[in-house]
Design a protein around this ligand. Structure first.
Ligand SMILES: C[S@@+](CC[C@H](N)C(=O)[O-])C[C@H]1O[C@@H](n2cnc3c(N)ncnc32)[C@H](O)[C@@H]1O
Length: 279
């Protein structure tokens, strides 16, 4: 019988193996990926109680966590939900201010990949109606909780759906479609079709994402680290986005008309105003 920390470590390893062999293989796609929320708050902690966590293993587990695909097409990352809302979304405020300035007051807006809804909330008093969509159920749940907490506003709403899924059942049309920090994580071959699809249903498309070519400096180095930590699949998307010349390359590929670039005080970001084909 093993005692002390060695016993705990062996127990932890045993539990890991059992989890890997049983749950991982048999789980539904939703169960494949454990969110950060889950790791922090669920029985997982209790299951390894008393055991010493292997930091190397833990980091590998998080990094290789892929976007989870639900049966209904929903996708999630380990950082979605409260972590995204509190630690990531607030860094985009300068970009959101640029987007807001580029939207005529009273417009109806579709925010594609709205995350936990930070931009939607910031547009609420400026726009006629704002619809936020995101395939991450965890992000949408968080946005809905925030919406309730802040006092429900009738002109904003959230739906758990990818753009592709949402537009197949689209009931409303929109003046403006916004895609902020979504395209760098989308698979290479899916980016241009996604932008074209959106452009077909709105009058104006606003694209915001990392500025390419990148400027060498501390902020770009920090971006690299953040994108790396987002996970293997995400990082692959980011690298390919940069390689393919970011938003300028994407707009060229879609053949859409670029109206211009919106001024933005965030040096690592780029915000484009593109002509839509709808409306
Ligand atoms: C980095 S977050 C950006 C959130 C927010 N727009 C912002 O600027 O902070 C990217 C979001 O895009 C969503 N996303 C990925 N593919 C999508 C798709 N095909 N349609 C809509 N949203 C998508 C992800 O679920 C994720 O929440």
């Amino acid at each position: 019988m093993l005692g002390g920390s060695e016993g705990s470590r062996a127990e932890y390893r045993e539990q890991r193996v059992a989890w890997d062999q049983n749950a991982w293989r048999r789980a539904t796609p939703f169960e494949h990926t454990k969110s950060l929320d889950h790791l922090l708050h669920s029985g997982e902690r209790a299951r390894v109680r008393g055991a010493r966590l292997d930091p190397h293993r833990a980091i590998c587990d998080v990094w290789t966590m892929q976007r989870t695909t639900h049966r209904d097409g929903g996708k999630e990352h380990w950082y979605d939900g409260a972590f995204f809302d509190l630690c990531i979304a607030p860094n985009q405020d300068a970009v959101f201010a640029a987007i807001r300035a580029g939207i005529p007051p009273g417009s109806t807006v579709l925010d594609v990949g709205c995350g936990t809804g930070r931009l939607v909330f910031q547009l609420a008093d400026h726009c006629g109606m704002v619809q936020g969509i995101d395939p991450s159920h965890r992000n949408i749940r968080r946005a809905q909780v925030l919406h309730r907490r802040r006092g429900h506003r009738a002109n904003i709403s959230f739906e758990s759906a990818s753009l592709e899924h949402y537009l197949t059942q689209a009931r409303e049309t929109f003046d403006v479609g916004v895609v902020s920090y979504v395209l760098h994580e989308v698979d290479e071959g899916a980016r241009a079709p996604m932008v074209r699809l959106l452009a077909g249903s709105v009058r104006t498309v606003i694209l915001a994402d990392y500025r390419v070519p990148r400027r060498r400096g501390l902020m770009d180095a920090a971006t690299e680290v953040v994108e790396f930590l987002a996970g293997r699949e995400h990082y692959r998307g980011f690298r390919s986005f940069v390689r393919r010349d970011g938003l300028p390359g994407l707009v060229r590929e879609t053949g859409l008309l670029l109206h211009g670039e919106l001024a933005c005080s965030q040096p690592t970001a780029q915000v484009f105003h593109v002509a839509g084909l709808g409306g």
